[in-house]
Design a protein around this ligand. Structure first.
Ligand code: PNS
Length: 160
């Protein structure tokens, strides 16, 4: 039986930290779905379709394995998507204790809702300080975000 996992997130925009976690997860599971999900607690910068396109370009440019697909979900719970595609595991990157505190309640709720387990991966420490919100702020103020994001993202943000 093939083991299907989902890497969910806002990906607004995808960062080098996200790509690192996606690449590691793709090496562990048979099938990996990278899922752009609307986070009701955040004000979005990029339209969801643009986030999907940038993820697809970045994954291709990074030469990540072919068992990765990118899609979006906006019609219900994250675990509803997991049930629909037969995924039993969510994968999240953990950079710090702040991430542990943020992710733990969601992991427990997702397990209670549908029996979907969450696996936490430790990313490359070089990306430990990289976040989409930092990238959005630096970009909005005219700074160089190229050290933190895939080249497709820095090229796109430069046009904004
Ligand atoms: O990248 P983010 O913003 O930290 O990702 C958070 C996200 C989108 C994964 C989270 O907000 C989420 O799971 N939203 C879907 C709604 C849902 O299923 N909520 C209940 C379980 S937490």
């Amino acid at each position: 039986m093939s083991r299907i996992a989902v890497v969910p997130g806002s990906f607004d925009p995808v960062t080098l930290g996200h790509l690192d976690v996606i690449g590691r997860a793709a090496g562990i599971f048979d099938e990996l779905h990278v899922l752009v999900v609307h986070n009701p607690g955040k004000t979005a910068l990029l339209p969801i379709a643009q986030r999907v396109a940038l993820l697809e370009q970045s994954i291709a440019e990074a030469g990540l394995p072919g068992n990765i697909t990118v899609t979006s979900w906006s019609v219900g719970l994250l675990v509803d998507y997991c049930t629909e595609v037969g995924a039993s595991v969510l994968v999240k990157g953990i950079r710090s204790q702040v991430d542990v505190a943020y992710e733990t309640p969601m992991a427990i709720v997702n397990r209670n809702l549908a029996g979907v387990e969450t696996v936490f991966l430790l990313p490359n420490p070089a990306n430990a300080y990289v976040s989409s919100s930092l990238v959005r702020q630096v970009s909005a103020l005219g700074g160089d975000v190229s050290p933190y994001v895939p080249s497709a993202v820095s090229a796109y943000l430069a046009t904004k």
